[in-house]
Design a protein around this ligand. Structure first.
Ligand code: NAP
Length: 245
């Protein structure tokens, strides 16, 4: 029987690259994003179908527990199992702490962190019954080292690292592995928003003197979603071209 992977926020960027890579690895794919319009003229679905895999879109705001509950039920009904969960959906709303409105802090925590609770809880329950599964979450170097102007984002990503370790301990005895990746600076619509000055500064700190590609994140997620990582759990793998060594 084929396996199914759910990737949140996968209409574009790193999530889309992960979805295509996991389809290449043999997973059927449940795509998710916050609105149907994100999938208009979207090449990801066609790319996955061309690989001979099943692919369906499940629209939900993953910060909303009841919307998550609905799509997890629908995915289970459609595919029969959920074997891999990739918590990828994320946003930035940057600003210095002293000037950050409370709502700006709360929004990033809800989308980046509460969504991971929602999905780890709901998909985790499905995996507990299956007695198998792979959970991989997108943290960030901001969650490991902090980043000025990102108190909300770095808090959410640091929390994902702690949640990964907690869930690895809660689910490990049932054959479920729970890991995180911490990307550095990856070329996507999220980082296209940075100024040239911010980009130059970041490049100086990267040993490999280039930015990463979404496919380079997808490769590591592929390893964590495969049997090759069967004894790896509770870990955070940094993918940053050698930042802050
Ligand atoms: P992206 O291009 O902005 O893609 C993120 C996707 O998630 C977007 O399609 C976005 O839709 C969707 N999304 C946002 N809020 C959502 C919600 N509430 N429910 C469902 N989907 C939602 O970002 P990316 O650069 O690929 O980043 C993917 C992940 O990697 C994020 O968790 C990010 O924090 C992490 N990461 C990225 C980098 C980097 O350098 N790019 C570095 C470290 C970590 P909208 O466009 O409508 O918001």
């Amino acid at each position: 029987m084929s396996k199914t992977a759910l990737i949140t926020g996968s209409a574009r960027g790193i999530g889309a690259a992960i979805a295509i890579r996991l389809a290449k690895d043999g997973y059927d794919i449940a795509l998710n994003d916050i609105s149907e319009s994100m999938f208009e003229n979207n090449e990801t679905v066609e790319a996955i179908k061309a690989l001979g895999r099943q692919c369906e879109i499940f629209v939900a705001d993953v910060s909303d527990h009841s919307q998550c509950e609905k799509i997890v039920k629908d995915i289970k009904a459609r595919f029969g199992s959920i074997d891999c969960l990739v918590n990828n959906a994320g946003i930035t709303r940057d600003g210095l702490a002293a000037r950050m409105p409370e709502e700006q802090y709360d929004l990033v925590i809800a989308v980046n962190q509460k969504s991971v609770f929602n999905m780890m809880k709901l998909v985790g329950s499905v995996m507990l019954r299956q007695k198998s599964g792979k959970i991989i979450s997108l943290a960030s170097v901001a969650g490991l080292y902090g980043n000025p102007g990102q108190i909300n984002y770095s808090a959410s990503k640091g929390a994902i690292i702690a949640m990964t370790k907690t869930m690895a301990k809660e689910l490990g005895s049932r054959g479920i592995t729970v890991n995180a990746v911490a990307p550095g600076f990856i070329k996507t619509p999220m980082t296209d928003k940075l100024t040239d000055e911010q980009r130059e500064k970041m490049l100086e700190l990267i040993a490999m003197k280039r930015y990463g590609l979404p496919e380079e994140i997808a490769g590591v997620v592929s390893f964590l979603a495969s049997d090759d990582s069967s004894y790896v759990t509770g870990q955070v793998i940094e993918i940053s071209g050698g930042l802050m060594m």
